[in-house]
Design a protein around this ligand. Structure first.
Ligand SMILES: CCCCCCC/C=C/C(=O)SCCNC(=O)CCNC(=O)[C@H](O)C(C)(C)COP(=O)(O)OP(=O)(O)OC[C@H]1O[C@@H](n2cnc3c(N)ncnc32)[C@H](O)[C@@H]1OP(=O)(O)O
Ligand SMILES: NC(=O)C1=CN([C@@H]2O[C@H](COP(=O)(O)OP(=O)(O)OC[C@H]3O[C@@H](n4cnc5c(N)ncnc54)[C@H](OP(=O)(O)O)[C@@H]3O)[C@@H](O)[C@H]2O)C=CC1
Length: 265
C-alpha cells in the first residue's frame, strides 16, 4: 500500500533537507514547505534525482491560509498526509534588552505559531478522517536549559516543547503521536551565519565543549528524527529525544560571547 506523504517545513535546506532525503529513502513521498522558491527548487532537483517523490509548497508558516493551502496541495497530490515534521525556524543572536518587538515577533511567529499552525491543520484532518498520524517538532536543548543571546528562540522552543507534550496527551486517543527532537550544534548555512559560528576556528572551539568532541552532522540527526516520526517506535509519544553529543550536560554556550569574540579555551 502507498505510504501517506510526509510534510517537512523548512525542508529545502540544512536539517530539513536531510530529514526529507531520509524519509524519501524510507519510502515516503515528501512535501517540502518554506518561503523561498529557490531553496525548494534546488532541494526538489536534488531529491528527485535520487528517486524521491517531491512536492514543493511555497509557504510562510506564520500565515494560516498558506499553511492550509500547503496541506490541501499535499492531500491532492498524495491522497493522505501521514507525517509532519515542524523543522522551520528563524534565529539570530541579540542582546535581550536590544531585541525589537518585530524581531521577537519574527522568531516567535516562525517557531511557535508556525508549529501550531501546521500541527492543528494536520491534526484536525487526521481526527476528522479517523486516520492515525505522527508529528515531530525540532527544538533545541536550550528549551529547558535556557541560553543567553537568543531569548526569542529559547522562549519559542520551550513553548513548542510544552505544545508537544500537551498535544500528545490530547490526541493520543486518536492514534496521533507527537514528539520532539533536540539536536546538537550542526554547521548549516543560515544557522552558522546568524548565530556567529560560520568561522571554522569558532566551530573547533565549540566542538571542544562537546563531550563527544565534535559537532553533529545533519545526516545523523535526520536518521534519529526519522526513527522517531515514523512507526519504528510506535509506543513513544510526548517525549523529546536529544542528539547533541552530550553538550547540554556541560551547559549551553553563551551565544553572545561568540559574536563578541570572547569565546575562550
Ligand atoms: C553557537 C551554537 C548555536 C547552536 C544552537 C542553535 C539552535 C537553534 C538554531 C536555529 O534555530 S537555526 C535557524 C537559522 N535559520 C534562520 O534563521 C533562517 C531564517 N531566518 C530569517 O529569515 C531571518 O533571520 C529572520 C529575522 C528570523 C526572519 O526574517 P523576516 O524577513 O521575517 O524578518 P525581518 O523583517 O528581516 O526582521 C524582523 C525583525 O527582526 C530584526 N532582526 C533581524 N535580524 C536581526 C539581527 N541579526 N539582530 C537584531 N535584530 C534582527 C529586524 O531588524 C526586524 O526588526 P525591526 O528592525 O523591524 O524592529
Ligand atoms: N543548526 C543548529 O545547530 C541547530 C538547529 N536546530 C533546529 O534545527 C532546525 C533546522 O535548522 P537548520 O537546518 O540548522 O537551519 P536552516 O536555516 O537551514 O533551516 C531553517 C528552515 O526554515 C525555513 N523557514 C524560515 N522561516 C520560515 C517561514 N516563515 N516559513 C516557512 N519556512 C521558513 C527556511 O527556508 P526558507 O528560507 O526557504 O523559508 C529554512 O529551510 C530548526 O528548527 C533549528 O531551530 C536546533 C539545534 C541546533
Amino acid at each position: 500500500m502507498e505510504k501517506g506523504a510526509a510534510i517537512v517545513t523548512g525542508g529545502g535546506t540544512g536539517l530539513g533537507l536531510a530529514i526529507s532525503r531520509e524519509l524519501g529513502r524510507r519510502g515516503y513521498p515528501v512535501v517540502i514547505a518554506s518561503r523561498k522558491q529557490e531553496h525548494l527548487d534546488a532541494a526538489a532537483r536534488t531529491l528527485t534525482g535520487e528517486g524521491i517523490q517531491v512536492l514543493t509548497a511555497v509557504c510562510d508558516v506564520r500565515d494560516r491560509e498558506q499553511v492550509k493551502a500547503a496541506v490541501d496541495a499535499a492531500e491532492n497530490r498524495f491522497g493522505r498526509v501521514a507525517l509532519l515534521v515542524n523543522n522551520a525556524a528563524g534565529n539570530f543572536v541579540v542582546k535581550a534588552e536590544e531585541l525589537s518587538p518585530k524581531g521577537w515577533e519574527a522568531v516567535r511567529g516562525i517557531v511557535l505559531d508556525g508549529t501550531w499552525h501546521f500541527s492543528q491543520e494536520v491534526g484536525k484532518r487526521w481526527i476528522a478522517q479517523g486516520q492515525p498520524g505522527s508529528i515531530l517538532n525540532i527544538i533545541a536543548t536550550y528549551a529547558w536549559t535556557g541560553a543567553a543571546g537568543v531569548v526569542h528562540s529559547v522562549s519559542a522552543k520551550a513553548g513548542v516543547l510544552a505544545m508537544t507534550r500537551s498535544l500528545a496527551m490530547e490526541w493520543g486517543k486518536f492514534g496521533i503521536r507527537v514528539n520532539a527532537l533536540a539536536p546538537g550544534i550542526m554547521v548549516t548555512e543560515d544557522a552558522a551565519k546568524n548565530l556567529g559560528y560560520a568561522d571554522p576556528a569558532v566551530q573547533a572551539l565549540l566542538a571542544k565543549k562537546v563531550p563527544l568532541r565534535r559537532l553533529a552532522s545533519t545526516e545523523e540527526v535526520a536518521f534519529l528524527a526519522c526513527d522517531l516520526v515514523t512507526d519504528r517506535h510506535p509506543y513513544v509519544t510526548g517525549d523529546c529525544w536529544t542528539v547533541d553529543g552530550g553538550l547540554w550536560l556541560e551547559g549551553f554556550p553563551n551565544l553572545r560571547r561568540f559574536v563578541d569574540g570572547e569565546l575562550g579555551e
